[in-house]
Design a protein around this ligand. Sequence first.
Ligand SMILES: C[S@@+](CC[C@H](N)C(=O)[O-])C[C@H]1O[C@@H](n2cnc3c(N)ncnc32)[C@H](O)[C@@H]1O
Length: 389
Amino acid sequence: MSDDFLSLSRDKWRELPAGGEILGRTFSGDLLELDDASLIAQWRVMNDAAQIPDVRGWFHCLYSDLFAGRHVVEVGSGFGFDGIHFLAQGAHWTFSDLVLDNLNLVRRVVDFLGLGERASYLQVENERSFSGLKGERADAIWAIGSLHHAPFDIARTETLDLLRHLKTGGRWIELTYPYERWLREGSLPFSEFGKRTDGERTPWAEWYDLEKVKRRLFPSRTTTILDFTTGGGNFGWVDLRIGEINPDMRSSPEIGLMDYPAIAMNKASLKTSAKEWRLVCPNRIWWYGMSIDLKAAMQKLGPRPFPGLSYAVDLELDVQIGSVGVVLAGDHVDDFVGRERVLDARPSAHRVTVMTYDDAEPVQLLVRNTMHGVASQVRIRSATLRFAA
Ligand SMILES: C[S@@+](CC[C@H](N)C(=O)[O-])C[C@H]1O[C@@H](n2cnc3c(N)ncnc32)[C@H](O)[C@@H]1O
C-alpha cells in the first residue's frame, strides 16, 4: 500500500519547484539532458531565485554556523538548494529523495562545484529506506516541504527510522503547511489539498502544527527551539532539539472524550452531544464553565508504558465570543497540573493541545472564561486523551 503511494509520489516529484516563488516547476530529467555548462548555468539561475532573504536566505543565514562541520540528513532534497548551500559552508550532507533523477542532478552539481567529499546520497525506495542509513549518527534532520507530502503513518515510519540515526541532542527541523492554511484553502481531504498547494499531480499534502510534528516523533522527548509561521502565513517552521530518543513504541492509544460526562459549573449554559459541547461561560473573568471528569478515560488509557511520559488532550474548538482557557487539573479546580491555554474568538477553528507537567496525573479537563466583562462562548468539536513526550 505504502509502496503504491510512494510510486505515485515519485511520479509527481520528478518535477520540482524551480527556485524561489517565481520560476514555476521543472523536471529534473530535462535538466539532466543538458551538458555540464548549461546544466550548471540553469541550476544557478534557479538557485539565485531560491536564495533571496524572504525565501531561503533567512534560514541559510540562521543555520550556516550551526551546521558547519556537522552532519545533516536531508529528507526530500529536490534540486539541492539547501544542502549545496550548507555543504559550501562546511557541513557534511546526506541528500535523500524519492526520485533518482533528482539525486543524480544534485550529484552532478555537487561534483561540478567540487563539494563531493562531504556529500552522500540515499534514494528513498520505500518507507523503510532510512533504516539503511550508515555511519555515525547525524546532528540534524532537515525536512523542508517533504514529509507533509506523505500520509501521517508513512511519514511516521520514515521519522522513526530517521530518529534512530540522530544523535541525542540533535535537531529536527521541518518546513510544513500550517493548519490555518489548510482551513483557509477549504479544509480539503489531504489527497485534494496537495493539488491546491503543489499542482494537479500532487497525491498528498497534510497540515502540521507543532503538536502534530511532535506526535510523529513520539515518544522521543523534544525541546521546542522555534515554532512560527513564515512565507506570508503559508509555511510553518518547526525546530526541535531531540532529547532522549525512544523510537520503539510504534503506536500509542487515544481515547475520545466526547462521550464522557461534561458538567456545567457556576450556572454556565452547557449543551452536550456526542458531536459537540456548546458552552456559554459565566459572565465573570476566570470563572469556570465546565469540567470533564477524566478518571474513567484515564483508566481506559491504562498505565504509562514507561516512566517520564506526560498526558495530553487534543482539542478542536470554535471560540465564538470572548476568550476561553483550557487546562488539565487535579481534584481541585485550582490545582492545575499543566499550563493553561488561552484562546481568543476568531472565525476559524482552533486546534490546541493541553499537557500535564512531567509526573502529574490529570483528574479533570476544565474550560473557563478568560475575558473581562463578556460571557465567552465556545463550541468544542473533539477532545482526545493520549500520552505525550
Ligand atoms: C516540494 S519538494 C521540496 C524539495 C526541497 N526540499 C526544496 O525545499 O526545494 C518535495 C520533495 O520531497 C520529496 N518527498 C516527497 N515525499 C517524500 C517522502 N515520503 N519521503 C522522502 N522524500 C519525499 C520529493 O521527492 C521532493 O523532492
